[in-house]
Design a protein. Structure first.
Length: 204
């Protein structure tokens, strides 16, 4: 495989994984409230969930999506509603200096959030279309492997950032404000996604 192709796959994976989105916001909020290591299960779930979604889209659903583009509209509505729910849970979390174990997001939540995240579906569809070949599956498989590594490292970096932010959250008032900002930002992102889907002409 050519080095230029590997670099293109890496840059695509990095730009899609490191850029802010619903999953990243949950990770930085969890990192700030629970620390890096307790956020790692969510990071692992989000990475594996995304990789499984990429396999699903790349090997089967891509052809279906091309014939039924309305699928993305329904996905956007359902995903946005779920992300709004997650944002509400973060915004209304109790501002405890020692958070309860049950309050932190886990592996399954990370995987589920990716499957309901319109950004993840768009990344999978565009990436699979860009790096797949009708002659062989080896290029697509290589892209999936590269994306898995880059995605895991990128999401872990957001968890580290959240863990560092926690040094500033030394009071209940600061924790409450941070949770409101993170949850509010997540809800705003989801509302924008929803608006783009339901208002005629915005999805074009």
């Amino acid at each position: 495989m050519e080095l230029a192709l590997i670099l293109a796959m890496t840059m695509f994976s990095l730009s899609m994984s490191i850029s802010p989105g619903p999953v990243n916001m949950v990770i930085i909020a969890s990192g700030a409230n629970h620390g890096f290591w307790r956020t790692l299960p969510f990071v692992s779930g989000a990475t594996i969930g995304f990789t499984l979604l990429l396999v699903f889209v790349g090997f089967w659903l891509l052809a279906v999506i091309e014939h039924y583009p309305v699928f993305f509209k329904y996905l956007g509505v359902a995903g946005s509603a779920f992300i709004i729910h997650v944002g509400y849970k973060i915004a209304t979390a109790r501002p405890e200096l020692e958070m309860k174990e049950t309050a932190r997001p886990g592996f399954l939540q990370g995987a589920l959030l990716q499957w309901l995240n319109p950004k993840a579906w768009i990344a999978c569809a565009s990436g699979a279309a860009l790096f797949s070949s009708p002659q062989t599956h080896s290029t697509l498989i290589a892209f999936m492997a590269i994306y898995f590594v880059v995605c895991y490292l990128s999401l872990a970096a957001w968890a580290v950032l959240g863990d560092r932010v926690a040094l500033l959250l030394n009071s209940r008032q600061r924790i409450r404000l941070f949770n409101l900002m993170m949850g509010g930002g997540l809800i705003a992102t989801a509302c924008y996604m929803l608006w783009m889907q339901v208002i005629p002409g915005n999805a074009s």
